[in-house]
Write a protein that binds this ligand. Structure first.
Ligand code: SAM
Length: 226
């Protein structure tokens, strides 16, 4: 049954007021996007009542939809650009991509898990989000065909910023990425200016691992926790 996007409006407004604005996210475009996107439509049916709570939630296959605050923070760190293109690595439920679709002209998003990629694609179509282009694959290598991007968001923890993602940034572009191992990571913004990269921002976070060519192997990820 298609999701009723008009449900839970008051919870959505409260989520933005109490979880985002009160914690210091003031980018009006980000706040407006998160008031608009029906987060519950990206969450498995039995958990939809919890969609606006201040926490990540399971979406199946051992993966999660990020906490609303984290989605807002990463969107603000990406610096919305209505004329620009953004790449997201780790589509998951599709919620972050949907928020980005109101902040950038084009959104490209890649998910490793075939089923999650399919589910997200279905919700994008259902909600009429026509500027999102999604595919199944290893996003740690980026999506070269549509580069350069004004912003790249990685929603899984990486051992280091993958070089192909840095290479696919436009000049003055931002790579927002959790970097670190299982016990802890920092959320970093890497910016590029005339071929030079530098890290401009960093706070502690906890994410699931980035897999693939430039991500964590299962053995190494678990080893760091032992
Ligand atoms: N942004 C998502 C959302 O709004 O629901 C949450 C993403 S979840 C925290 C991280 C996702 O990254 C998982 O769905 C996982 O399968 C995916 N992932 C991990 N490694 C990946 C890779 N190399 N390429 C693409 N997706 C990857």
């Amino acid at each position: 049954m298609p999701c009723d996007a008009s449900e839970f409006l008051q919870q959505r407004l409260d989520m933005v007021a109490y979880q985002l604005e009160r914690r210091g996210i003031h980018d009006e475009n980000v706040l407006a996007a998160m008031r608009q996107v029906p987060r519950h439509c990206f969450i498995p049916g039995q958990l939809q009542d919890m969609a606006y709570e201040d926490r990540p939630l399971p979406i199946g296959y051992g993966q999660t939809i990020s906490q609303p605050y984290m989605v807002g923070l990463m969107s603000a760190m990406a610096q919305p650009d209505p004329e620009g293109a953004v790449l997201e690595v780790g589509t998951g439920s599709g919620y972050q991509a949907a928020v980005l679709s109101l902040l950038f002209k084009q959104v490209f998003t890649i998910e490793l898990n075939q089923e999650l990629a399919r589910n997200a694609e279905r919700v994008f179509v259902e909600l009429g989000l026509q500027n999102i282009h999604s595919k199944q694959g290893d996003g740690s290598c980026g999506w070269e065909e549509f580069a350069p991007y004004q912003a790249i968001l990685v929603t899984a923890a990486s051992p280091r910023p993958p070089q192909p993602l840095l290479d696919q940034l436009a000049d003055n572009g931002r790579l927002v990425i959790p970097v670190g191992s299982k016990p802890g990571q920092t959320l970093q913004t890497w910016t590029t200016r005339q071929g030079f990269f530098h890290c401009t921002y960093s706070i502690p976070v906890v994410f699931v691992p980035l897999r693939g060519k430039y991500g964590w192997s299962e053995v190494d990820w678990e080893w760091y926790d032992s």
